[in-house]
Design a protein around this ligand. Structure first.
Ligand code: 13P
Length: 247
């Protein structure tokens, strides 16, 4: 098993030219972490960030992508465009997009397929709401979300993806899943992938997201099936994000 740890920042709808430059400057003053690091930022800042981050050991990612290839889709940004400006990663299926922007499992699967077709690596997010957890539907929900993607891209294509378990109740709430709760879901997700393709399941990086901070990252990342994190609030400060990467 050779899963290299991956920690990805998700800045969400935050940042400005000035704030981003300050973040990069602070990051540059810190030692390169041993894990793989990605930074997912709003579309408009990506090209500029790509240049600013040269030599920083960080690969660039988007937070969203169109499911369409090209053409008359006003306001959309294609996977090929993201690849063109140097993106390596793209987040798909984040719960904020599912809940606030009505993205269905089918849309998430189509976006994943579009990303892969353009050579991007999707970070596929799954996660249950508090209501679903409290009614013991967690594994059914996340496995259904995952299966919808696999039905479109095929299990072998997961070798070019990362998976992120992000319980909705833990996002931005300060209430992280415990390491044990997260590990339980991560191992179920890995088993679900293994039913399709055991070799891909062994190599697949499954990230945890939801109120990861410098203080709780090490305990989460010590779990056998947690291969890194997808970091929201704590990624807005370079020092905090760096401390999570160091963990
Ligand atoms: P927080 O780290 O702010 O809880 O956000 C997690 C998240 O949604 C990352 O995609």
């Amino acid at each position: 098993m050779t899963r290299r740890r991956l920690v990805a920042a998700n800045w969400k709808m935050n940042g400005s030219l000035a704030a981003n430059a300050a973040w990069v400057a602070r990051w540059r003053s810190l030692a390169l972490p041993a894990c793989e690091v990605a930074l997912c930022a709003p579309f408009v800042y990506l090209e500029n960030l790509g240049k600013a981050l040269e030599g920083c050991g960080i690969s660039l990612g988007a937070e969203n992508v169109s499911e369409y290839e090209a053409g008359a889709y006003t306001g959309e940004v294609s996977a090929a465009m993201l690849s063109d400006i140097g993106c390596r990663w793209v987040i798909v299926g984040h719960s904020e997009r599912r809940i606030l922007f009505g993205e269905t499992d089918a849309v998430v699967a189509a976006k994943t397929r579009a990303a892969l077709a353009a050579g991007l690596s999707p970070i596929i997010c799954v996660g249950e709401t508090l209501e679903q957890r409290e009614s013991s539907q967690t594994l059914r929900v996340v496995e259904t979300q995952l299966a919808a993607v696999i039905s479109v891209i095929g299990a072998a294509a997961l070798a070019r993806c990362a998976l992120a378990y992000e319980p909705v109740w833990a996002i931005g709430t300060g209430r992280s899943a415990t390491p044990e709760i997260a590990q339980h879901v991560h191992s179920a997700l890995r088993e679900a992938v293994a039913r399709f393709d055991p070799a891909v399941a062994r190599e697949l990086r499954i990230l945890y997201g939801g109120s990861v901070k410098p203080g709780n990252a090490a305990a989460l990342f010590a779990q056998p099936d947690i291969d890194g994190g997808l970091i929201g609030g704590a990624a807005l400060q370079a020092e905090d994000f760096h401390a999570v990467c160091a963990a």
